[in-house]
Write a protein that binds this ligand. Structure first.
Ligand SMILES: *Cc1c(COP(=O)(O)O)cnc(C)c1O
Length: 398
């Protein structure tokens, strides 16, 4: 039976989309196909598949049924025409840039991108003769000005990692299209449950599937969705460069995604409660969360997001020494470089998202050295608040 999930809600889509075609001999779950190659008794059939005249698989670096089922689920959730996947989120981002940009081209982005993305901008793209213009994330006029000077691609990330800044996708996409540029958006923090960049005018939406999509911190992966035109070019680059998603990882990500709407719904609610709690604590200097009325881009977030996401960050009073004292006291949080998992995960940017950046680069990006990124899991929020309360209380007593 082929189920149409295009008209259903995101929960039904998360559970059912992308599966039917891949269920084998009545299995109710998508199998993990480990086979590297796919055989044909009839050479003409084989030729047809090789030439793309009909669906099928040739070799695992190009396509694989389990990987396709995973891709199809993300495509349905993002409401995209086409999709392709990668071994990691960084593979998705770098393959997108290297597909679309050539020497002499310009790319416009913001200072507050993920640490690895920022490294591409500072270290790798310039080596290939690509002009990189990074703008102050909060300064809309300067982003517009950089786009209007002409560019091939505008790469946005919102909310940003780790200071949760928000940029206006719809209005910047309009400016970009006016200048003849394509727009890619890293939607990792928001997830398709909270934000639909393609519906807001973006041409490509990118995910580190390692985070919320998978949700269980047990598989790496990346995805790019968008128009067939652009995605076909990016897929072609990936099938040659070989940053292919492994079928076992695809299976784990696919299984994780079946609860995406439940997890993210819970994480949205808990994160907002925790952000409000932290904002009221005397031991806390600042809280960064787009759901707070005090957030500088709260109005934009309300317009373009359906929920504010499961990640917040805060700076305890007392600088990095306070962070060093606070983190070990948290009982219900992994101190680790990850986010978007069912367990709460905490860490300072200097050992997590921006571990590859220097102190100077972090300062230039406006990341306080005393920042703690707190990725809310699906635990009972009362327990998480109690945990933060006891950890902050012991700071006061030092
Ligand atoms: C983690 C992350 C990435 C990179 O993803 P990997 O799967 O670790 O390569 C990219 N963008 C954002 C916003 C991230 O949080």
């Amino acid at each position: 039976m082929k189920r149409d999930t295009e008209e259903t809600g995101p929960g039904t889509r998360a559970v059912w989309a992308g599966e039917d075609e891949y269920l084998l001999q009545g299995a109710t779950q998508v199998p993990v196909v480990h086979s590297v190659s796919f055989g044909y008794d009839d050479v003409d059939d084989w030729m047809d598949v090789a030439q793309g005249k009909r669906p099928g698989h040739i070799y695992g670096r190009n396509t694989n049924p389990t990987v396709q089922a995973f891709e199809e689920k993300v495509r349905a959730l993002e409401g995209a025409e086409a999709v392709t996947s990668f071994a990691t989120g960084m593979a998705a981002i770098s393959n997108t840039f290297f597909t679309l940009l050539s020497p002499g081209d310009s790319i416009v982005s913001i200072n507050d991108t993920y640490g690895g993305t920022n490294k591409l901008f500072l270290e790798f793209l310039p080596r290939f003769g690509i002009d990189v213009r990074l703008c102050d994330t909060g300064d809309r006029a300067s982003i517009e000005e950089a786009i209007r000077r002409g560019c091939t691609l505008v790469h946005l990330e919102t909310p940003t990692n780790p200071t949760l800044k928000v940029v206006d996708i719809a209005s910047l996409a309009e400016v970009a299209h006016g200048a003849g540029a394509a727009v890619s958006v890293d939607n990792t923090f928001a997830t398709p449950v909270n934000q639909s960049p393609l519906a807001l005018g973006a041409d490509l939406v990118i995910h580190s599937a390692t985070k919320f999509l998978g949700g269980h911190a047990d598989a790496l992966g990346g995805v790019v969705c968008g128009s067939s035109d652009l995605v076909t070019r990016i897929y072609h680059f990936r099938e040659i460069t070989g940053a292919t998603l492994d079928p076992m990882a695809a299976y784990l990500l696919l299984r994780g995604m079946k609860t995406l709407h439940l997890r993210v719904g819970r994480q949205n609610e808990s994160a907002l409660q925790i952000a409000r709690f932290l904002e009221a604590q005397p031991a806390v200097e600042a809280v960064y969360y787009p759901g707070l009325e005090s957030h500088p881009a709260h109005e934009i977030a309300r317009r373009q997001m359906r929920g504010f996401g499961g990640v917040l960050s805060f700076a305890p009073k007392g600088g990095f020494e306070a962070v060093r004292a606070l983190l070990p006291r948290l009982r219900y949080a992994h101190r680790a470089a990850n986010l978007g998992a069912v367990e709460t995960v905490v860490g300072p940017p200097r050992t997590t998202s921006h571990v590859e950046s220097t102190m100077e680069e972090r300062v230039a990006m406006g990341i306080p050295e005393s920042l703690v990124r707190y990725s809310v899991g699906i635990e009972d929020v009362e327990d998480l608040i109690q945990d933060l309360a006891q950890a902050l209380e012991s700071l006061d007593g030092d």
